[in-house]
Ligand binder design. Structure first.
Ligand SMILES: Cc1cc2nc3c(=O)[nH]c(=O)nc-3n(C[C@H](O)[C@H](O)[C@H](O)COP(=O)(O)OP(=O)(O)OC[C@H]3O[C@@H](n4cnc5c(N)ncnc54)[C@H](O)[C@@H]3O)c2cc1C
Length: 572
């Protein structure tokens, strides 16, 4: 039997971007193979069971993808996708209850609520939130021959049409703090939003990305309603996996790819590692190879140097990922955690049978605290210098309001939602990549002290387990993660749109013909905007004559076809 196989398209990596791209292409009638090196696909969209019966999310959990056209185009409801919609009302939580500061809870005022609603597109007679989010994240970057101006950036077009008083020349220069200072008044709310943005992609202090930063928080808070897909992000991934398989995709796990084969400047297939579980050592691709692997691995390891320009390789090497990583803690306690008396009003947000504390950022007193934490993660890049009392953290939502869901209940004890703290990426830690893991017990105790500023129940005698996923562990488990996090963020203004990660890669094409990339670290807008990279990439694959979708396809209304190419918009 020949060991070689042939498909139309080979996808390297079975993360959610790789599998979604495979599903889209198979739905176009193409013969697609996904090769995944781990025993299971899904990358960090995974659930783990640290104790029998306790299922927690060490990495991805929140729904950043609510406006994605992929839900309709791939008909994910047919393949088991369901949401557990949280009962929490965000506007009430911000304005009616407030943000926890060291002095107590500070509610947002009417100007904040008006400004927030206006920036989200919810204040006008015809709300345009979905359009705004799609324009910002679910639209491919403009082609290189188009000069990017205040008039053609998609979110600028949406504001200009619906909310001309928000559209200003500075909007594309500002940080998110500048934007919030213009439209809101309460510092604790601004600090909460900036911190949420830092943990969601483009941080609150980065210049030139005010709107993408702001909208990354809106994605989870308003569009995603602080809710989690049923079965977590792994449950969401299962729906995509089933969709791909039902359209005919062949998925092979335990199949690490060692090389992307290039002939005459064109990607023609891949070579599997010697120890791959599947016998075929070369898998050929008639039309395209899609790399769902990070750009460092793709260009520095999988493609031979002889196929790439030395200056291109140097620029790949120079891309910095120092944006920050998340340290994720989940606690198992004897008695439930409770808000301290000063924060009693927050109990209104508790959900489920056990009244699990839900959501929230602390401490939110002022942006000075935010900047102290940023300085630790992005500046000193060592162990935290901020005292535990000023360590900023985010308590994610929980699904414990729904008794049948996997997170939150255990017969012996109480399971918290996850706490997330920004820490330096392992690669940039001054004491080496393993530094945090070597002192994990001390780090955990420090974190509990920080969370304990607000919660009772984190005393040593009440804590049965503290499960912590460090960025280094995340990278060890997922070869797809670099920079210890989900977005491989860089602290610079070219985070998104036509610059990411290099201008010539921005439209998902690479210097190798027939090789495209579909990975969080590389593509606009990063992985958190679920199905955005595959949807945006589809425009490019149609332009290049690789994919020919049916009637179900609709392109982004803000998409501009590349000169000389076939348009992905049948009307243009
Ligand atoms: C702490 C943390 C919190 C997060 N929170 C959220 C959240 O709340 N919501 C959200 O939507 N997302 C979240 N994410 C992000 C999200 O889970 C990931 O960013 C996303 O899964 C990345 O998708 P991807 O397909 O681009 O890459 P990956 O999932 O990294 O996929 C790449 C795949 O390629 C495989 N691979 C690598 N090299 C090879 C090779 N040589 N051969 C074959 N296979 C290979 C990998 O095993 C992996 O399966 C979080 C991530 C982290 C770490």
């Amino acid at each position: 039997m020949s060991k070689d196989e042939r498909y139309d398209v080979v996808v390297v990596g079975g993360g959610h971007n790789g599998m979604t791209t495979a599903a889209y292409l198979a739905k176009c009638g193409l013969n697609v193979c996904v090769l995944e090196e781990r025993t299971e696909c899904g990358g960090p969209c995974e659930t783990v069971e640290p104790l029998a019966g306790v299922r927690i999310y060490p990495h991805a959990m929140l729904m950043y993808g609510a406006p994605a056209p992929g839900f309709e185009q791939l008909e994910l409801w047919k393949y088991g996708f369901r949401m557990s919609w949280s009962p929490m009302e965000l506007m009430h939580s911000m304005g009616g209850i407030g943000q926890p500061t060291t002095a107590g809870i500070e509610p947002a005022g009417p100007k904040d609520m008006e400004g927030f609603a206006k920036l989200c597109g919810l204040a006008s007679a015809t709300p345009y939130l979905k359009d705004l989010l799609r324009a910002t994240f679910w639209c491919p970057p403009h082609p290189p021959e188009i000069e990017v101006t205040d008039h053609n950036v998609p979110y600028m077009q949406v504001y200009k049409q619906h909310q001309p008083d928000v559209w200003t020349g500075e909007l594309r220069e500002w940080t998110m703090f500048d934007l919030l200072d213009e439209h809101m008044e309460t510092e604790s709310l601004k600090t909460t939003l900036a911190f949420s943005a830092w943990a969601s992609g483009a941080a609150g202090h980065w210049e030139g990305v005010a709107i993408p930063s702001f909208l990354s928080t809106v994605l989870i808070m308003i569009a995603g309603k602080l809710s989690i897909p049923r079965g977590g992000l792994h449950g969401y991934f299962h729906a995509i996996h089933r969709c791909a398989v039902s359209h005919g995709v062949t998925v092979r796990t335990c199949c690490p790819v060692d090389e992307i084969l290039v002939q005459d400047g064109r990607a023609v297939g891949v070579r599997l590692a010697e120890d791959a579980a599947w016998g075929a050592k070369k898998i050929w691709a008639n039309k395209a190879v899609i790399a769902n692997t990070d750009f460092k691995q793709t260009f520095q390891k999988l493609i031979g140097r002889q196929h790439l320009d030395a200056s291109f390789l140097q620029r790949i090497k120079d891309i910095s990922l120092k944006g920050g990583s998340l340290y994720v803690s989940t606690l198992h306690t004897r008695e439930p955690m409770r808000w301290r008396p000063k924060y009693k009003a927050m109990e209104e947000l508790a959900v489920g049978k056990h009244k699990n504390p839900f959501g929230g950022v602390y401490p939110t007193d002022s942006r000075e605290i935010y900047f102290e934490n940023v300085a630790d993660a992005e500046g000193h890049r060592g162990m935290p210098k901020v005292p535990a009392e000023r360590l900023m953290w985010f308590l994610t939502p929980t699904q414990a309001f729904d008794l049948s869901d996997c997170q939150g209940y255990h017969p012996k004890g109480y399971i918290s939602a996850a706490f997330e703290v920004n820490v330096p990426p392992p690669e940039y830690h001054v004491d080496g990549p393993e530094a945090v893991d070597k002192v994990k017990d001390e780090m955990n105790a420090f974190m509990r002290k920080a969370f304990g500023q607000v919660f009772e129940g984190l005393e040593d005698e009440n804590v049965i387990h503290h499960w912590a996923a460090t960025p280094y562990e995340a990278e060890f488990r997922h070869s797809g993660l670099i920079g210890g996090t989900w977005c491989g963020t860089r602290h610079c203004r070219d985070q998104l749109w036509t610059q990411r990660p290099l201008p010539e890669l921005a439209r998902y094409r690479t210097p190798i013909d027939g090789l495209y990339h579909a990975h969080q670290t590389t593509g606009h807008p990063g992985a958190l905007c679920l199905m955005a990279i595959p949807y945006n990439l589809m425009h490019i694959l149609i332009e290049d004559g690789i994919a020919e979708p049916g009637e179900w396809w609709y392109p982004s209304p803000w998409y501009i076809p590349e000169t000389g190419k076939r348009s992905a918009d049948p009307r243009k």
